[in-house]
Design a protein around this ligand. Structure first.
Ligand code: SF4
Length: 631
């Protein structure tokens, strides 16, 4: 029995670390030129639910010359075992220590996973900071939504991929393979310098950051004195064109133990142009690119054949907005319902939902329905450009209750700009109306359940609300108490997010590279799995900021001015800052902006600057031409 086998006997869930799952790929270690590992900074069950990992795993392993294996954050018991036995973190497929790979690639889905990234680098026995790594060490790279403000992690990550990884990873691997094979190759700085020449690659060590005496950012500039091709002043995201034909994992790895989302994931489209002003995803994944119905039906067949799952989840940022959603659901049900395969729509918009769709989907089995009105009054929904009315919600839940559902979830956000207690009262009255609607639709009282979830607003880089401060902790807590008190009604369950976690999210979402020091201190103090309630240690975080000499409130509560240099200004999402500022002003005027899928182009600047078009299934052109707004 190896040392690894022995420690596996001592941990709670050994299946998290053994690999060998259905459809996992193990290549011959010695016969491939480049070895990479996809590192997910959370536990196996969370990581295996992540479609992005499956896509990159599929794309990279489709190449003969490269292998990609997987690793997930070891849970606390496994970390203890690894450290006690001086064993390095290892991959699932071949159990090679991570330090033996050429490239370790992290996905950045959530700010509260950042300490896990530091922990995984350390457990790999790789120097924590990029500046300490030598030629024998692997390159640590990262991508995903949090890479759009990469600065808090810039001390630890050698390079970031900005945008859609499957679009750029091939070029990066080609470059690495060529560089590695080069007889006269220089040190790792040479590779990073060359990688910075690939569009969408950001190498933080090649940028000089200066601060004013008051602590605010003065400039972020590419270091031009380094020999080689020019380092771009701004790094522009990469995105897939012709999404319909993009590589898709129709043979995904089927997890060994219950993943959070244990089902087939069929990505219906990418992007969302609804324009919710708090939303970062709606900006960074633009434009909307839909797959054709035939492609989806074919991929669903292949997924069902290759996985044995009994549920197909139609994923996207807002699946009910897919232009062919009814046709595709009907066809999927016709083909798969007889085999006991259920269809689920994880994200529904209250206005796009219809009774017909509810009835169609529930033919096989009912799964939960979630609606996100986001704010309790029409005034505040107009501020955030939500573009839905209370009547839309009531129509949707009437349809749902009438079709046999007995429980619905309603998502709201508190702490939005201009919010008053009247808006909180609006949440309460909406919840009450939904309960009344359920009763009117003859849902038995004992079965009727309306779950109201209130997240706290976190200002996100690249959103129209990026300049806004977060509500102070005391105010968020007061609003939560207010709602808790008023939502004490039969049939309603109230959930809220831990405000201290939301506070730290805001700190890192809008942070600069000085935060690396606090992150390292927090990790040293034992912070891990900060997104997990049982692991979150707020006091340790406050201690970390104190030791690093940083004030977290400076990051979460600061109101930026339009003319301020923002820590992420050198990362270009394709959407212009001028457009975001206009959206911010329109929010204060409660003025709505339409969806360019259905109305005229609102001039976000993305399509002309990245030379793309919206891709709508069926080929319907929905753009009425650009009306300015770029840069
Ligand atoms: S440039 Fe116009 S059409 Fe393209 S995503 Fe932006 S708003 Fe939509």
């Amino acid at each position: 029995m190896t040392s690894l086998d022995k420690i596996l006997l001592k941990v709670q869930k050994p299946a998290r670390y053994v690999g060998g799952e259905w459809n996992s790929i193990r290549k011959d270690w010695d016969s491939v030129a480049v070895k990479t590992v996809f590192a997910f900074p959370d536990v196996y069950e969370v990581g295996m639910s992540h479609l992005g990992m499956q896509i990159i795993y599929h794309v990279v392993n489709s190449r003969q010359d490269v292998l990609m294996e997987r690793v997930f954050a070891p849970w606390l018991d496994m970390e203890e075992q690894l450290r006690q036995n001086s064993l390095p973190l290892f991959s699932l497929e071949s159990r090679h220590p991570l330090r033996e790979f050429d490239i370790i690639g992290f996905t950045l889905q959530y700010e509260m996973s950042f300490t896990n990234i530091l922990n995984m680098i350390d457990l790999s026995q790789v120097p924590l900071r990029s500046s300490q790594r030598g030629d024998a060490d692997p390159f640590i790279i990262a991508g995903g939504p949090c890479a759009y403000n990469p600065e808090p992690l810039s001390d630890f990550i050698d390079l970031f991929v900005i945008g859609e990884g499957e679009e750029v990873i091939g070029e990066l691997l080609d470059l690495y393979k060529e560089w590695k094979a080069g007889a006269d190759r220089a040190g790792r700085a040479d590779f990073l310098r060359l990688a910075a020449g690939i569009r969408g690659i950001y190498v933080p060590s090649l940028y000089q950051v200066k601060y004013n005496e008051d602590g605010f950012l003065a400039s972020v500039e590419a270091k031009m004195e380094i020999p080689g091709p020019p380092v771009p002043a701004r790094v522009t995201k990469r995105l897939l064109k012709n999404f319909d034909q993009a590589p898709f994992p129709v043979k995904p790895v089927v997890p060994n133990l219950g993943a959070v989302h244990d089902r087939m994931m069929l990505e219906v489209f990418r992007g969302c142009t609804r324009g919710c002003r708090f939303c970062q995803a709606g900006v960074i994944y633009r434009p909307v690119r839909e797959k054709k119905p035939d492609t989806l039906l074919r991929q669903a067949e292949q997924l069902a054949r290759n996985t044995g799952y009994d549920e197909i989840s139609l994923t996207s940022l807002s699946t009910a907005d897919y232009s062919q959603v009814k046709e595709v659901i009907t066809d999927l049900l016709n083909r798969h319902a007889g085999k006991g395969i259920n269809i689920s729509l994880p994200s529904l918009r209250v206005d796009a939902f219809s009774l017909e769709m509810a009835r169609q989907v529930q033919k096989v089995r009912k799964s939960g329905l979630t609606f996100a009105p986001e704010a309790g009054t029409q005034r505040l929904r107009d501020v955030i450009n939500k573009g839905v009315t209370e009547e839309n919600l009531i129509d949707a839940v009437t349809g749902a209750f009438g079709a046999g559902w007995s429980s619905v979830k309603l998502y709201f956000m508190i702490g939005l700009l201009t919010e008053t207690d009247e808006d909180l009262d609006g949440i309460v009255s909406m919840a009450r109306r939904v309960v009344e609607t359920g009763l009117a639709q003859r849902v038995p009282r004992g079965r009727l359940k309306v779950t109201v979830s209130a997240a706290s607003f976190v200002p996100k880089a690249h959103s129209a609300f990026q300049w806004e401060p977060q509500d102070r902790l005391a105010e968020i807590k007061r609003k939560q108490r207010y709602l808790k008190e008023k939502l004490r009604m039969r049939g309603v369950v109230f959930n809220w997010h831990e405000p201290e976690v939301s506070f730290l999210e805001a700190v890192f979402a809008r942070g600069d590279r000085r935060l690396g020091a606090a992150l390292e201190k927090a990790w040293e103090l034992g912070c891990r799995f900060d997104g997990w309630t049982e692991c979150f240690k707020y006091e340790k975080w406050l201690e970390a900021f104190r030791l690093a000499g940083l004030d977290p409130e400076h990051y979460a509560y600061r109101r930026f001015a339009y003319e301020d240099i923002l820590p992420w200004d050198h990362i270009d999402s394709g959407v212009s800052k001028k457009y975001l500022a206009r959206e911010h002003r329109q929010a204060l005027e409660q003025s709505l902006t339409g969806d360019c899928r259905h109305e005229k182009c609102s001039g976000c600047g993305l399509c002309p600057s990245l030379e793309v078009d919206l891709e709508i299934a069926g080929g319907k052109s929905v753009r009425a031409g650009y009306n300015g707004g770029a840069n």
